[in-house]
Design a protein around this ligand. Structure first.
Ligand SMILES: [Zn+2]
Length: 176
């Protein structure tokens, strides 16, 4: 089954305590992110990575602390998640309704997407439901995501599973 890994916003501003919009505990998923990236590279699985990308005066900053301003250090991807992937810059939480992204994904002709990254109840949510709508098999790697709000995360996971999504763990994928 043609598989694509879909890596959401694994950028320094979200992942690490010094980041501008640090997601508490996100650094704990760093080893899983690195392992997934390594596995994809070793098995020639394409990776699509979204990059949260804002201008300094982005309207989103009325609601959220400034983060992921293009060109800043915090905007950079966590280095172990880099390597030959397709990068997709976006500046909205509900980014999936983007024609450019749809065309990009069409070109892969994937039947299965494996999703991980940040933040579960925002951009990961947009990705998993957007991918399900495409009719693909979608697997969410539950130990390679992080939320700001555990209750909201549980709701997203339950809704995703009810809609036909699969919840998996890094170890399941790496032994497959
Ligand atoms: Zn943002």
């Amino acid at each position: 089954m043609k598989t694509v890994f879909f890596d959401v916003d694994t950028q320094l501003d979200f992942l690490f305590p010094a980041g501008a919009l640090y997601v508490p505990g996100a650094e704990l998923i760093a080893p899983a992110l690195a392992a997934l990236t390594r596995f994809a590279r070793e098995h020639s699985i394409p990776i699509v990575s979204t990059l949260d990308t804002h201008r300094e005066d982005d309207p989103e900053f009325r609601q959220w602390k400034p983060h992921c301003v293009r060109g800043t250090q915090g905007w950079q991807k966590y280095a172990p998640t880099l390597g030959g992937q397709t990068l997709f810059e976006k500046n909205r939480i509900d980014f999936f309704e983007d024609e450019k992204l749809a065309r990009l994904l069409d070109a892969f002709e994937a039947k299965r997407f494996v999703v991980y990254g940040l933040v579960t109840e925002y951009c990961v949510r947009s990705a998993i439901f957007g991918l399900l709508k495409r009719g693909a098999r979608v697997e969410l790697v539950t130990d390679a995501i992080k939320s700001l709000d555990r209750t909201k995360e549980r709701e997203v996971l339950a809704k995703f599973a009810a809609a036909g999504g699969k919840l998996v763990e890094t170890s399941n994928l790496l032994t497959a």
